[in-house]
Design a protein around this ligand. Structure first.
Ligand code: ADP
Ligand SMILES: O=C(O)[C@@H](O)C(=O)COP(=O)(O)O
Length: 421
């Protein structure tokens, strides 16, 4: 099928979040891990390419997203979506703006929108300020993120240093007046030379208005939730026809494992809740740097196949800071990511077939290590976190890639219960 919407996500949890939300419509969504090396085949109306470029230097992120764009264009897409985090995670030298400008240039368009709001997960935007629950972003636990600490809540201020062209706002009062008022505001801003428009959204109704107003823009950018209404809107426009596709779950072997490299406040609660009943092993970047991974690998190898072990590096902000001071931010992250990646391979080789993975960068490392190229989207466990299915080393496996802050405290057991373990 010709692709209608081509999506590029800056990390793997973000990509599965987006694919899950688009998939709520019932339309087929393909989730590709990295830009495929071969020309498009078996394409779906909605194609999502997962990259691992959230913390990459802008030049590298631009090169990777442009390659993804060109593959998606070959697949027939004429509308595109650049997906970043609902907490707008980016480093000081952030690449959200540079990527958007490069994609806009390739698509020959002079305006795009920015809407990371995700009301079901408590992210809302008012007067250009992003809130996490009731807290401004910079006062939320995101201020302590190990790789992308967010110390400003104002999206225009965060974005402006990342772009060459001017940034503006379409505020909630405008969105509340409906999609035509929003289209007219966007046109006025375009007349003033505003290329990058942050749009306020507090509810799913706001997101519907925004999606309706912007559905024919060559490029939209945001969190997953503003893309969610697009399939139904395209169906109303006659671009795609209704589908009756049902999700199928492959028959899987029983063994499971939980791997967590996320240090978000919600993941810390999830790890604490699961550790009350699970057999656990805590990784420390400092111990890994000094002694290597063998002890953890031996521990995993000696677990009963029926037990569901949890291996985690998840730690409180102070412990993370200590490790980063000794090893450097990048090195501390890399040590943990490559340890969890190796342990995922071991788990698969021991016959474990269900993987609950917490953390975006962590998921990227695990999925790459398992040599996966494509994921099929299954049922959602929590908003923005579906089960996904694929093959690794000739075996059917299930993976759920949990964004740091998503899911309830009971997420790990919720996930396993959903697959009937
Ligand atoms: N104890 C720790 N000390 C330092 N860095 C850590 C520790 N545990 C995990 N990390 C790193 O923190 C980063 C967490 O990012 P990520 O996996 O994207 O989680 P999230 O989804 O919460 O953003 C990863 O690079 C991970 O390797
Ligand atoms: O939009 C979101 O919040 C997620 O889809 C996402 O990108 C989360 O990234 P991580 O918190 O790094 O898992």
């Amino acid at each position: 099928m010709t692709t209608v919407l081509g999506c590029i996500a800056d990390d793997f949890t973000g990509a599965s979040d987006l694919a899950g939300l688009l998939g709520r419509s019932g339309f087929k969504v393909n989730l590709r891990i990295g830009t495929p090396n071969s020309p498009p085949t078996d394409t779906a109306a909605f194609e999502v390419i997962a990259l691992k470029c959230r913390t990459a230097p802008a030049e590298q992120a631009v090169a990777e997203t442009r390659a993804a764009l060109s593959w998606l264009r070959e697949a027939g897409a004429s509308r595109f979506f650049w997906k970043y985090c609902s907490t707008f995670d980016s480093t000081e030298h952030g690449n959200i703006g540079p990527v958007a400008e490069a994609l806009m240039a390739d698509l020959n368009t002079d305006q795009t929108i920015y809407c990371p709001a995700f009301p079901e997960n408590g992210r809302s935007i008012f007067m250009g300020n992003l809130f996490v629950g009731e807290l401004p972003l910079a006062e939320s636990p995101m201020k302590d993120h190990p790789l992308t600490p967010m110390r400003d809540s104002n999206l225009m201020r965060l974005l402006a240093p990342q772009t060459k062209l001017p940034v503006g706002l379409a505020n909630r009062h405008c969105v509340a007046q409906g999609y035509e008022a929003l289209q007219s505001r966007l046109n006025d801003l375009k007349g003033e030379g505003i290329a990058h428009v942050v749009i306020d959204a507090v509810t799913n109704d706001d997101l519907y208005t925004i999606a309706k107003a912007c559905r024919n823009m060559p490029l939209m950018t945001g969190g997953s939730a503003v893309a969610m209404p697009l399939p139904d809107l395209y169906a109303i426009d006659g671009l795609i026809s209704a589908t009756t596709e049902t999700k199928s779950t492959p028959t899987l072997g029983k063994g499971a494992i939980v791997l967590s490299g996320s240090c978000s406040s919600m993941t810390r609660k999830q790890v604490a809740a699961f550790s009350e009943t699970a057999d656990c092993y805590q990784l420390s970047p400092l111990a890994l740097a000094a002694d290597g991974l063998q002890q953890a690998r031996n521990w995993l190898a000696s677990r009963s196949p029926d037990a569901i072990p949890m291996i985690y590096a998840t730690a409180e902000p102070d412990a993370v800071r200590q490790a980063q001071e000794k090893l450097g931010v990048e090195k501390a992250g890399e040590i943990v990511e490559s340890a969890l990646a190796q342990l995922a391979i071991d788990a698969r080789n021991h016959g474990r077939r269900r993987f609950v993975v917490a953390g975006g960068e962590t998921s990227g490392a695990v999925v790459k290590a398992l040599n996966v190229t494509e994921l099929t989207i299954g049922d959602e466990i929590a908003p923005g976190v579906p089960w996904t299915f694929t093959r690794s080393s000739g075996e059917d496996i299930a993976l759920t890639l949990k964004s740091g802050n998503f899911g309830a405290e009971s997420f790990f057991s919720d996930a396993l219960t959903k697959l009937e373990i």
